[in-house]
Structure formats: C-alpha cells, structure tokens
Design a protein around this ligand. Sequence first.
Ligand code: 5HY
Length: 242
Amino acid sequence: MTHIRVINPNTALAMTASIGRCARAVASPSTKVTAVSPAMGPESIESHYDEALAVPGVLAEIAAGEREGADAYVIACFGDPGLDAARELATGPVIGIAEAAMHAATLVGRSFSVVTTLSRTAGRAWELAHRYGFATACRGVHACDIPVLDLERPPARKAVTELCAAAVERDGSDSIVLGCAGMAEFCAEVSRATGVPVIDGVGAATRFAESLVALGLRTSTRGEYARPLPKRYSGLLRDFTI
Ligand code: 5HY
C-alpha cells in the first residue's frame, strides 16, 4: 500500500474534500490518499501574502505525514507554495500541482494555455512556467477573475469552460492546464467542450507521486534539498524547531 498525503494549503475544507475526491478518482487501488488542510493559514490563496502565510501550514502537514509514514506528498495549490522547503523535510517525493500539470501538458502536446483564477495570480503562473522550463511551451495565462472560493458556485464552471475554449483558440495551444486545485472537478467537462487535453494538476501530481514511489525514487539529499540544519525558531514558529 502506497500512502500519499495530499495537502490543500488553504483551510477551505469543502475544497479539500473536492481535492481528495479528484486524487482518489485517479489513484491506483493500492494507494491510500489522505487529503488534508492545515490547522492554520489562509482560507484561500490569491496573493503573495496568502502564499507566504500558507507555507508554515504546509510544512506542519509534511511533518505530520512523516510521523504517519506517508510515502509521498502532493501540494494541491497552483502556486506550489513551500515546495522546496517541503522537499527538504520529506523523506518521500513532494509534487506540486503546477509543476505536475505543466510536465503532463508537454507530454501530450508541444504547447499549453493556463487558465487561472484572479489576474493577480497570472504572474506567479508565468514565473513557475519559467522556473520549470516551460517558458516556450506556455503560450498564455488567462484569468477568469473568479475568487477561488467562488469556483464551487455553478456559474463558475461555465465561465471557466468558455475561457478555456477561448484561450486555446487565442493561443493556438495544444492543451489546457487548469490553474487552480478548485477547478479539478471541471476537467472532464472542459475537455468535452474544448476537444483538447485538459490537465488537472491534482490528478497528474497524484499519479506522478505514485510512479516515483513505484520507481523507488525520492528527493535527492545530496545538495540543496538536504535536511534543514538544526536550529531554534521562536515566537509563533517555535514548534518548527528542527
Ligand atoms: C489554488 N489558490 O490552487 C490557488 C489558485 C490560485 O487557494 N488554491 C488556492 O488562484 O492561485
């Protein structure tokens, strides 16, 4: 049995349940998926401030997973918050949904368009495309300007689907990357409406995590992802002392 801890870095439990459903829908029968939200952090992540304040919660969930013997982790927020720090702390592989989705997109086409939530998060999506080596493959980042927590409202699905169809036409891209974990359940509908591959990072990251565990691969501890050096943290962070 492979145990994957899927971490929704925001504290919206309905969204965590949706993320858990999407991960379990694609996971192998021999995989146990635990979907969690931190006890602390922002209810949604739509700014650099939100993202920065989501990281301690992500790291607390990695530490909890280490105590529970998790084999791998998924960070289910499109900004991949705390990914590097999580890789320093976790024994098993840690996959961010943005990185996973972009990799999957370039395995099924030469180019992709990202559809995200608020315009202000587009810069982060471009930054990650560059960081992960997909600056050329990413042909456009389009915002639906629907707040993350409003994605569960019926009109959002239609609006996101229409924007995905327009993005593919406008960018001439081969596929769509859904730019928010809260869009994961839209995947099949958007795919039917656009006729192109639509990548949900929650599903892609879950399968990539399983594959790395099956290959016996985990994060290298030789260089920058070596375990953090022991030191004291003070104030609200005193419990993060290594
Ligand atoms: C996400 N925010 O996937 C990102 C999406 C975004 O709370 N979960 C969030 O807008 O950056």
